[in-house]
Design a protein around this ligand. Structure first.
Ligand SMILES: NC(=O)c1ccc[n+]([C@@H]2O[C@H](COP(=O)([O-])OP(=O)(O)OC[C@H]3O[C@@H](n4cnc5c(N)ncnc54)[C@H](OP(=O)(O)O)[C@@H]3O)[C@@H](O)[C@H]2O)c1
Length: 240
């Protein structure tokens, strides 16, 4: 059974990943920045489980800003206390700032790097002892194709995701013999509100869905212990 932490599980890809892990019979702690956002998402997930006659106590939530090391450390301790162990960490929380470098403020730069890269470092470092103790553990990092296919007007975002791909591969090599598998998922365009509210009102029918990424994550978690797909690129089948 997966006992998972999913960072940024209040909406979008993280929410879909949490729902998919719950569907496998696992237990999930989701996080987000606000108590209200986390409580609303936990409530929706619990009702979803209830409809399928499951045990809604399998889902928990905690307001955690991944940029805050103390909050992250407390989150891991709380998840271990709640589930008895944590064997799966999904580093999904992320933000995008899409602006030319000249128009990128110090705050915007820091928000992107601190969330998308330093936040993953904090969560990974905090979770490794619990993951090592759990045996057969996973860390799955949600990066982006922007971490390989760079584009103008997104220097901070591309840098954060390229850094995350490098971080993921280095950590994979570091902990693979501790029975912790690390994989980085690099999605192309996904129909979520990532680019701001209203972003999903455009014709998004050609894009991937959050559920497509959740499927990828659950497929990874199903791999037999001997195999490790350490990097997955997933893109819409068509461009429009
Ligand atoms: N959408 C795409 O096209 C796309 C493509 C490739 C990769 N990705 C990546 O996929 C991940 C999820 O994106 P999404 O599209 O699902 O975006 P989203 O709908 O905006 O969701 C982002 C999630 O991250 C959480 N979050 C943001 N900053 C946080 C922080 N400092 N601490 C804790 N949680 C934080 C948000 O929670 P609250 O708002 O409740 O705090 C929310 O749950 C991101 O890493 C993104 O870079 C997205």
């Amino acid at each position: 059974m997966h006992t998972a932490i999913v960072t940024g599980g209040t909406k979008g890809i993280g929410y879909a990943v949490a729902a998919a892990i719950l569907d496998t019979g696992g237990r999930v702690m989701i996080t987000g920045r606000t108590e209200a956002g986390v409580a609303a998402a936990v409530d929706r997930l619990a009702r979803q489980i209830d409809r399928k006659a499951g045990d809604s106590s399998r889902v928990a939530g905690r307001a955690v800003d991944v940029r805050d090391r103390a909050e992250v450390d407390a989150m891991v301790a709380a998840a271990v206390a709640e589930f008895g162990s944590v064997n799966t960490l999904i580093n999904n929380a992320g933000v995008g700032v899409f602006a030319d470098v000249e128009q990128t403020s110090d705050d915007d730069w820091a928000r992107v790097i601190d969330t998308n890269l330093t936040g993953v470092f904090y969560c990974t470092r905090a979770a490794i002892p619990a993951l090592r103790a759990a045996k057969g553990a996973w860390i799955i990092n949600i990066a982006s194709l922007a971490g390989r296919n760079y584009f103008a007007g997104a220097a901070a975002y591309c840098a954060s995701k390229a850094g995350l791909v490098a971080f993921s591969e280095a950590v994979m090599l570091e902990v693979r013999n501790d029975d912790i598998r690390v994989s980085v998922v690099m999605p192309g365009s996904v129909a979520t509100e990532f680019s701001g509210p209203g972003a999903t009102t455009k014709d998004d029918s050609w894009k991937l869905t959050a559920e497509d990424i959740a499927q990828t994550v659950v497929d990874l978690l199903r791999h037999p212990g001997r195999s490790l797909p350490s990097k997955v690129e997933i893109r819409p089948a068509r461009t429009k």
